[in-house]
Design a protein around this ligand. Structure first.
Ligand SMILES: Nc1nc2c(ncn2[C@@H]2O[C@H](COP(=O)(O)OP(=O)(O)OP(=O)(O)O)[C@@H](O)[C@H]2O)c(=O)[nH]1
Ligand SMILES: [Mg+2]
Length: 434
């Protein structure tokens, strides 16, 4: 279901939409504009086009329709006059708010007509379009069944059939409307079970990687910052890179050989965005765990984006949520070919030695980055020489799996082994170190 035969080319004519935002007392005025800009980019990524923006300032959202009744009327007229079929709210809407809004905007008409969706439904729609692996598809389908389905009222379905996929209708939406609640629950249970099995496999793979002494670096950062481009620059991953939000959903791990011969693992994963819906953080938990379990995090920042400092804050708070706040970090300011940022003053808590400016596209600054990666790799590791009695053969086997063995000399009673070990192995095998 989710994302199966969907392609972004399906909706040949971009669906025009009105973007709506509510500016409440708790929000900072400058932020809502950039949030709306981002909503517009999300809409474009989903194959839509922004026709107009409507903003209302009010102390709190209206419980029934989010915006006030006068604004709803304004929205209705705007849509009617310009033949607009889609309205996207920048905030989260409850199922009943969506129903009330659609009833008010469409009048008594029950099918077809103007469809109202929210930011989360739009993001999930993009995820449904971009999911590639079976795990990714199941994760999106589950999130859509839980979030989007209760919010779809049936409007826009006729159109969706004609065009082969309307925004937010892709994925399980249509099916849900034709099934009863019991069927829906069964599907949710089946998906949860299937994902639990996949998660078990992923955990096994991860624990194998964990036992290996190679440094594991997660590439994290705001969506479209250039994470996949960096992975491709350093390795032959051939990851999809696009000037679109959420081009990458599924993690890709590649081994990278540093100029000093050391090896590290690099994992590219799903990008972050402000107000990443909790449903999505949960749905993509196992994917995001690649970040939680990494030894170090490479935070990619799009230096050419005027919002990059805010985006860095979003990234850092999501990293904290994933339990990755205390890991060694490199802050990589990317796209320096088009915008060379003044990094001073540094964001709070960021050390100068942790920052590097690069262009993943042209290769500028990559040497400095690899220097830092070598240092990161060397930190906490040391070269040791061990004298191991031949009777303790197990120790050498252990070194082969948990350290990097450089050289072994076999004597009549002892083996002399030179190896690069991490702190844990060094502590546990201290008795053999000479
Ligand atoms: N000028 C310039 N463009 C870049 C650079 N790095 C990446 N880009 C472009 O930025 C866009 C996004 O790059 P991706 O590598 O797909 O970004 P991402 O962080 O993986 O994005 P998502 O997977 O969508 O979250 C693409 O169009 C890239 O060509 C760079 O150093 N300079
Ligand atoms: Mg990517």
């Amino acid at each position: 279901m989710a994302g199966t035969e969907n392609s972004e080319n399906e909706t040949a004519v971009p669906q025009r939409a009105v973007l709506v935002s509510v500016l409440t007392d708790s929000e900072i005025e400058s932020e809502y504009e950039s949030s709306l800009d981002e909503l517009e980019r999300l809409l474009e990524t989903a194959g839509g086009e922004s026709f107009a923006r409507l903003t209302q300032i009010r102390p709190s959202p209206d419980p029934r329709t989010c915006i006030g009744s006068g604004k709803v009327e304004e929205l209705r007229e705007l849509c009617e006059r310009n033949d607009i079929q889609l309205v996207v709210f920048d905030c989260e809407l409850t199922p009943s708010q969506i129903r009330s809004l659609e009833d008010d905007i469409n009048g008594k008409e029950k099918s077809g007509g103007i469809c109202v969706i929210d930011r989360t439904m739009l993001i999930l729609d993009i995820f449904a379009l971009h999911a590639v692996t079976s795990e990714g598809k199941l994760q999106v389908e589950l999130a859509q069944l839980k979030y989007t389905s209760p919010r779809l009222t049936g409007r826009g379905i006729t159109m969706s059939r004609q065009q082969g996929g309307n925004i937010a209708m892709r994925g399980p939406g249509e099916t849900k409307l034709e099934t009863d609640r019991r069927h829906l629950k069964r599907r949710i249970d089946a998906l949860t079970d299937a994902l639990a099995t996949m998660e078990k496999n992923r955990a096994t793979q991860r624990s194998q990687r964990e036992r290996s002494p190679i440094l594991k670096c997660a590439i994290a950062g705001y969506t479209n910052a250039g994470k996949s481009t960096l992975l491709n620059r350093l390795t032959d991953a051939g990851a999809l890179t696009e000037d679109k939000l959420f081009a990458t959903l599924d993690p890709t791990t590649r081994r990278y050989t540093l100029p000093d011969g050391g090896e590290i693992l690099l994992t590219d994963t799903v990008g972050f965005i402000r107000r990443l819906p909790h449903q999505l953080v949960n749905a993509f938990r196992s994917t995001l765990d690649e970040v939680s379990y990494a030894d170090a995090v490479l935070v990619i920042i799009d230096a050419s984006d005027p919002e990059h400092l805010e985006q860095l804050e979003v990234t850092r708070s999501l990293l904290a949520e994933l339990g990755a706040a205390d890991k060694p970090v490199l802050y990589i300011y990317n796209k320096c070919d088009i915008s060379y940022p003044d990094i001073n003053p540094l964001p709070e808590g960021v050390k100068c030695s942790e920052v590097v400016r690069i262009s993943a596209l042209t290769g500028e600054g990559i040497d400095e980055l690899t220097e830092k990666l070598m240092k990161l790799n060397a930190d906490g590791r040391s070269e040791v020489v061990m004298r191991i009695p031949n009777t303790d053969g197990g120790v050498l086997n252990r070194l082969y799996t948990q350290a990097v063995v450089r050289d072994v000399e076999y004597g009549s009673e002892y083996m002399t082994v030179r190896a690069s070990v991490d702190r844990a192995v060094k502590g546990q095998l201290a008795q053999y170190i000479i």
